[in-house]
Design a protein. Structure first.
Lengths: 459, 366
């Protein structure tokens, strides 16, 4: 089920909220778990069982790990839990990628399995494995209450597109959390802002990207318009979803970590990745980069660590070579900054902003390509390769038609609107009315619209 | 505790709660007048449809179609697109020079080739080289509207040239010089019959027939809201449908061939359609596979066979005055292979009369 859908907004959410707040405290997590399984089953009726089995395995293996004193067997239980989590991920997400490449290398024709990817599997398997690793490390106690663990993994606000919530971050909240008008109002505010980012901005920019892709009249300037539109689209789509997740969490009394912090105002790629998909970056930092030695090793190992982490980061986003190249592209940039560019970027403010936006935009063109061939065509198109005209009628038309959306999106990706809105809505009654208008507008766009996919659902 | 927080919670809870209850309790609406389509019904609920995900998918469509105050919400969206985001179009529908229209772009060569292929097959199967075969491409209103207003549109001249090259055995009749945007309804894709007298004369000259110049203009009292009104979703001024009569047209005998191939009596102007979902259907009763207009007032034995779309419905009664028999065929509703059952092409003039919009979307040609 999509947050930005009528069944969620006007059927599922009001009913779940009503039931949640009239349910006794002791049963609230049970209700959340049941609602979350329903939420997941709505989109993936066949795969809800897979998720349930994964939670059971994680629960049992967590308890076995904690209760085991023998270090070898503790490792065994941890390895088993990682095999379950990553095994599932490999099977559903990567098996066809491996078969395709194996066939290409060996000349064999092993048939592809063509398994549909369960939505959100990349997110919930990362949560499960982080839980088992934390239990193994002794960073947290194993959860003895199955309902609580299942509610944590399946909690619908963050289930299918993050943020990747760590068990250690909400362990206490699962048992002891408070509800208040302040938290609920904050949650509503974040949810509606996120919903508006998704429906009013991201969907419009997504439409523009689709128009470009299906156009037979691609000019160089149209390639640039597409690159700008997609760079903004992916930010508003994904950060909008995170805002909605954080907002819903707050309404139910949870506090999730922030996932985005105005990444497009960064002055280096290093800073960009501290501000973009923060929960994924910190997961790879804590469970891959630091165990490999992080930066407290010699330069050769440091370079290896960076390449390993970024190759996996790219691969996490999709089972295709362009995602791996996308990850490695950032590895190269991060190393360049570390060894060469850092001082230069620190000194030149405007150049550093342009540098980040340019390289990030190129990266997202690469990211959004169907395959390497299309990636080369699209990146080449930006620089005039491919016999494209400089400008076309379609470019003019869509530039004029989407100029305001793009302008709003550019301004909206900076902290400016937040400051502006907090000033405007300082008066008691303005903010609720503003939020109500946004909700009505979003509803109107949903009813009359057709373009509404979430990009990160495929991960 | 801030009062703002309490108001926020209660106001938003009120909106969600009220629409939730309203959506659950509201009786289903069967048909949307503004969108001219049937709305989704509550889907079948069974273990099979749930497990396959079919129920959930259809339920989403149902909630969108049956949402309370749907037309008002569509209007809010259209207003926002037009006045806040300053979008040039809303779902491809736009308003320019007071006219509503829809972007038809780009020129789809595959679809045009499909149409050409059908026309060639008809020619090969039924027509002789000695037959008088004509082709006329009706410009869609964007040809007159979109260029000046900066909207994307099909290049009519390019399409016209393409058709001339692909159909060299037909004589091409050019209409664009005798049409302007004023000849089309404000809110609909079609042209106005009362403005087609000069266009009919061009055909008369080419086809070498005599047609009169004098008609009585009759207006429908009901306002006409064309096909784009519902899609535009904002208030617009209505059109008026005017239809032309004279002593010759009044004597026409119209026969419609029904789906079973049986003849049924028809009329030139079906006034029962004036209050229907699409009042333009007063012209020859709207979509029909095969229709025959017999004209007892003319002394010649000439016959005209027209392959046509809905634009022809308002023009052809004017041209039919010059023939003793005119047969109208719409190959979107009848297989072109089967028309030999209804039509004898011997010694007849043959006209292919199509709008650029229909040719650019010819997948429904049979």
């Amino acid at each position: 089920m999509l947050f930005s859908s009528i069944p969620f907004l006007y059927y599922f959410l009001p009913i779940v909220l009503l039931l949640y707040f009239i349910t006794p405290k002791a049963l609230k997590n049970t209700l959340l778990m049941l609602a979350s399984f329903l939420f997941y089953a709505w989109g993936e009726p066949r795969y809800v069982l897979i998720m349930f089995i994964a939670v059971i395995a994680s629960y049992i293996l967590g308890l076995l790990t904690e209760n085991e004193n023998h270090s070898g067997r503790r490792k065994l239980w941890l390895t088993l839990s990682l095999l379950v989590g990553f095994g599932m991920l490999c099977y559903f997400k990567y098996v066809d990628f491996f078969i395709t490449n194996f066939n290409a290398i060996t000349g064999l024709s092993i048939p592809l399995l063509e398994i549909a990817l369960p939505i959100g599997i990349s997110f919930y398997t990362f949560q499960l494995t982080s839980y088992n690793i934390d239990v193994y490390r002794g960073d947290t106690k194993a959860q003895r209450n199955f309902i609580n663990l299942a509610a944590y993994i399946s909690f619908f606000p963050q289930l299918i597109a993050g943020p990747i919530v760590r068990y250690t971050d909400i362990e206490t909240q699962l048992k002891y959390r408070t509800h208040s008008f302040e938290k609920a109002a904050y949650g509503i505010r974040r949810f509606i802002i996120g919903l508006s980012k998704k429906i009013l901005i991201a969907n419009a920019l997504g439409e523009l990207c689709d128009i470009f892709k299906s156009s037979n009249d691609k000019s160089i300037l149209f390639f640039w318009l597409y690159a700008i539109a997609f760079t903004l689209h992916i930010y508003f789509d994904f950060s909008g979803y995170s805002d909605m997740a954080i907002g819903l969490g707050s309404i139910f009394g949870f506090k999730f970590m922030e996932n985005f912090n105005y990444p497009y105002i960064s002055r280096s790629i290093t800073e960009f990745w501290r501000r973009w998909h923060i929960s994924l970056g910190s997961w790879f930092r804590d469970y891959v980069y630091i165990p490999l030695g992080g930066n407290r090793v010699n330069n050769i190992k440091f370079i290896r660590n960076i390449f390993v982490v970024w190759m996996f980061t790219g691969f996490w986003h999709g089972a295709a070579w362009n995602f791996i190249i996308w990850g490695l592209y950032f590895a190269v940039l991060l190393l360049l900054e570390k060894f060469v560019l850092k001082k230069f970027l620190d000194k030149h403010r405007i150049v550093s902003h342009i540098y980040v936006l340019f390289l990030v935009m190129i990266s997202f063109v690469l990211f959004n390509a169907a395959d390497i061939k299309e990636a080369l065509v699209y990146v080449g198109g930006l620089f005039g390769y491919g016999a494209h005209t400089f400008v076309s009628a379609e470019f003019y038309y869509y530039l004029r038609s989407y100029a305001i959306v793009i302008f709003v999106a550019i301004i909206g990706s900076t902290p400016l609107p937040k400051k502006l809105i907090s000033r405007i809505t300082a008066a008691e009654h303005v903010e609720p009315i503003f939020l109500a208008i946004l909700l009505i507008m979003c509803t109107a766009y949903l009813i009359d619209g057709s373009f509404n996919p979430f990009l990160y659902f495929r991960f | 505790m801030k009062i703002k927080n309490i108001i926020t919670v209660f106001l938003l809870a009120l909106i969600l709660g009220v629409f939730c209850i309203f959506a659950i309790l509201k009786p289903q609406t069967r048909f949307s007048d503004s969108e001219r389509r049937y709305l989704e019904k509550f889907p079948e609920l069974s273990i099979k449809t749930v497990l396959s995900g079919e129920f959930m998918k259809e339920f989403e469509g149902y909630t969108l179609d049956q949402f309370p105050l749907r037309d008002i919400f569509r209007g809010i969206k259209a207003f926002s697109e037009q006045n806040i985001f300053l979008k040039k179009d809303n779902n491809k529908v736009f308003k320019a020079k007071g006219h509503l229209s829809k972007i038809e772009y780009p020129l789809n060569e595959n679809m045009i080739d499909n149409a050409v292929d059908k026309f060639n097959k008809i020619n090969d199967k039924f027509l002789d080289v000695s037959d008088n075969i004509y082709f006329s491409l009706i410009p869609d209103k964007n040809y007159f509207l979109a260029t000046d207003s900066g909207y994307l549109h099909i290049d009519y001249n390019q399409m016209s040239e393409y058709m001339k090259n692909k159909l060299p055995y037909m004589e091409h009749i050019d209409l664009k010089e005798n049409l302007s945007i004023e000849d089309y309804y404000y809110t609909d894709t079609h042209w106005k019959q009362e403005n087609l007298i000069d266009v009919a004369r061009i055909f008369a000259d080419k086809l070498n027939i005599e047609i009169p110049s004098h008609y009585t203009e009759n207006q429908l009292t009901e306002p006409f809201y064309g096909v784009y009104c519902g899609q535009y979703a904002l208030p617009v001024r209505s059109d008026t449908i005017t239809y032309l009569t004279n002593d010759i047209i009044n004597e026409f005998k119209v026969t419609n061939i029904n789906d079973l191939g049986k003849p049924e009596e028809g009329v030139v102007y079906d006034l029962t359609k004036a209050k229907s979902k699409d009042p333009y259907e007063i012209f020859l009763s709207g979509a029909k596979a095969v229709q025959i207009i017999e004209n007892p007032t003319v002394a010649n034995d000439r016959e005209l066979i027209v392959f046509r779309d809905s634009f022809g419905a308002s023009l052809l009664p004017l041209i039919a005055q010059g023939y003793s028999k005119t047969t109208l065929i719409d190959i979107r509703y009848v297989y072109s292979d089967a028309i030999g059952y209804f039509v004898n092409f011997k010694d007849a003039d043959v006209l292919f009369l199509y709008s650029s919009i229909v040719l650019n979307n010819s997948s429904s040609f049979r």
